[in-house]
Ligand binder design. Structure first.
Ligand code: CMP
Ligand code: ZN
Length: 536
């Protein structure tokens, strides 16, 4: 406990220089916004009120607003003909739900420009015009053509908003369990995608979950879709009496603020870490002890832990005198930014605005402590504390600070678990992270800066980076995690993958050595199928 105490309290003060949550928490927030929520109670709380809107009503209402804007712009007769013009927007929702399944029934005159640009209506309302393949489009190809054909920043932003809306519609349907069946409403393939994504969600707690495939099936909304599903699984919406509209707004903001052009630090990495975190929260050593607040914070921290990552590391920000480096005094610069951005989005979305001020402050602080723990330069600090606890058997998960410490460790494990995934998944993450390193190195070379360690493609190969990362970061951490879980089936599976992957990278690093290269040849308990059979 003394060791833990040392980690817990000073951590927040030290790592949030000059930006203590208490100092600015009242900005935009009032203490008397709503009744207290049973944050600390059990899961048996009243049903969700959702601020007067249910999830099932949210999408139709949005569509209705957009259509109203289209009609206003055209001055067309359709609205008044239907007797809808004077009706309050939210009253019409049942009818709009039907309209949703009749694409292009009324907006033929507002077909989008070929490049899917958005237009503005009379009142300056942003108009999103659906593209032919609504809602599924290849975002990557589309992005590329936009960049090549239309470099203007304003247009790109508009396109991004439209894509965001389309992705939102898609995810929203999936989460409501709706696979649209009306002929012509969606291409047949879309049904297939949605069905497969839903099927994948039913196995979200398995270690071989393919987040890349899930992201494709959900049209780039893996993070939002996953989070909504896990919140549902744990009953967190009911427990915290969350407004589902605000929840979607918050999750959407976080997802959007990941940079999709980063090879590694993008929303799929966040989704991958969240899925791993869920697997760890399910560990029997932990699952029975965790409170709804622990689950909420653990998932939120995993989701947001790298938000708005610029694709370069802290040393780069420091040596280029980036404003974030000065803002956070060159200490945990990125992690502080991820945390403060998350707090900003929490407040902007109003997700927690119905909770008492002190509860919100506590949640923001704990989120900070979790996200800041992912600073890889603090690995030894955490590892030695963890070891000490395990050696002394001093962890008492009935105590909230001890559970918080384990959440920090679990998040750290989730953040660097990619070498513990099956080879095909692990290899992709390795290549992505190295690609990001190399891009940074290329920028450094271009601007005559000293090339950062691991960022020189000519000197640092993917296999050597991987072997070093596994040996110095991943293995020591997971050995302790294994000890903590005693070891669980999942831990054994992860260690099996880790050893096999290291073996394979060693083979790649020394192509003339005698290392086996096929799945079956691992031998000695390191193979994909070695250790525990199957995937937990
Ligand atoms: N497979 C990997 N190889 C090398 N470095 C990695 C790998 N996976 C994660 N990392 C690094 O570990 C860091 C953990 O925190 P971040 O996700 O911010 O950034 C991560 C990368 O810098
Ligand atoms: Zn990360």
């Amino acid at each position: 406990m003394p060791v833990l105490g040392g980690l817990w309290a000073p951590d927040l003060g030290l790592r949030d220089p000059g930006l203590g949550v208490g100092a600015d928490v009242t900005v935009g927030v009032t203490a008397d916004e709503g009744p207290p929520s049973p944050v600390w109670g059990t899961l048996g709380t009243p049903p969700v009120t959702c601020g007067g809107l249910s999830l099932a009503l949210e999408l139709p209402a949005l569509i209705r607003q957009l259509r109203a804007a289209w009609r206003a712009r055209r001055g067309g007769p359709r609205g008044p003909e239907r007797g809808q013009a004077s009706a309050p927007a939210w009253v019409q929702r049942g009818r709009v739900e039907v309209e949703e399944l009749e694409p292009n029934a009324e907006d033929k005159s507002t077909q989008p420009a070929a490049d899917g640009r958005l237009a503005r209506g009379r009142a300056g309302v942003l108009l999103a015009e659906r593209r032919g393949s609504y809602p599924l489009i290849d975002l990557r190809i589309f992005n590329t053509s936009v960049q090549q054909g239309e470099p203007e920043a304003g247009s790109r932003r508009k396109v991004k908003r439209q894509l965001s809306f389309q992705r939102y519609c898609h995810a929203s349907r999936l989460l409501r369990g709706q696979v649209p069946r009306a002929p012509g409403s969606l291409h047949l393939l879309d049904d297939n995608y949605l069905g497969q994504a839903a099927h994948m969600l039913s196995k979200v707690g398995t270690w071989n979950f393919d987040i890349f495939l899930f992201d494709r099936l959900t049209n780039g909304t893996s993070l939002v879709t996953l989070m909504c599903h896990l919140f549902k699984v744990y009953g967190l919406i009911q427990h915290f009496q969350l407004d589902v509209v605000k929840l979607h707004r918050f999750l959407g903001m976080v997802q959007e603020d990941y940079h999709s052009h980063n090879p590694y630090h993008n929303a799929v990495h966040a989704a991958d870490v969240t899925q791993a975190m869920y697997c760890y929260l399910k560990e029997s050593k932990l699952a029975e002890q965790l409170s709804p607040l622990d689950l909420f914070l653990g998932l939120m921290a995993a989701m947001a832990h790298d938000v708005d990552h610029p694709g370069v590391n802290q040393p780069f920000l420091v040596k280029t005198r980036h404003h974030l480096a000065s803002l956070y005094q060159n200490t945990s610069v990125l992690e502080s930014h991820h945390w403060r951005s998350t707090v900003g989005m929490l407040r902007e979305s109003g997700l927690l605005s119905h909770l008492p001020l002190s509860t919100r402050q506590d949640m923001e602080q704990q989120l900070g402590s979790l996200i800041l723990a992912t600073d890889i330069s603090r690995q030894n600090e955490f590892l030695s504390t963890f070891r000490e606890h395990l050696d002394n058997q001093s962890l008492d998960l009935q105590q909230a600070p001890h559970r918080h410490f384990i959440l920090q460790i679990a998040l750290k494990c989730a953040d660097v678990c990619n070498p513990c995934r099956a080879w095909e998944l692990s290899r992709q993450w390795s290549e992505r992270v190295c690609e990001e390193f190399y891009r940074q190195g290329d920028i450094e070379k271009k601007f005559d800066l000293e090339v950062s360690p691991l960022c020189n493609q000519q000197e640092n190969s993917v296999p050597t980076i991987q072997i070093g990362f596994i040996s110095y970061i991943v293995e020591p951490l997971f050995e302790e995690w294994c000890r903590f879980t005693e070891p669980s089936l999942l831990s054994q599976t992860m260690m099996g993958h880790l050893h096999q992957n290291k073996t394979r990278w060693t083979g790649h690093a020394h192509p003339f050595s005698e290392q086996p290269d096929s799945e079956e040849e691992g031998g000695g308990g390191g193979g994909d199928n070695a250790g525990p059979e199957g995937i937990p």
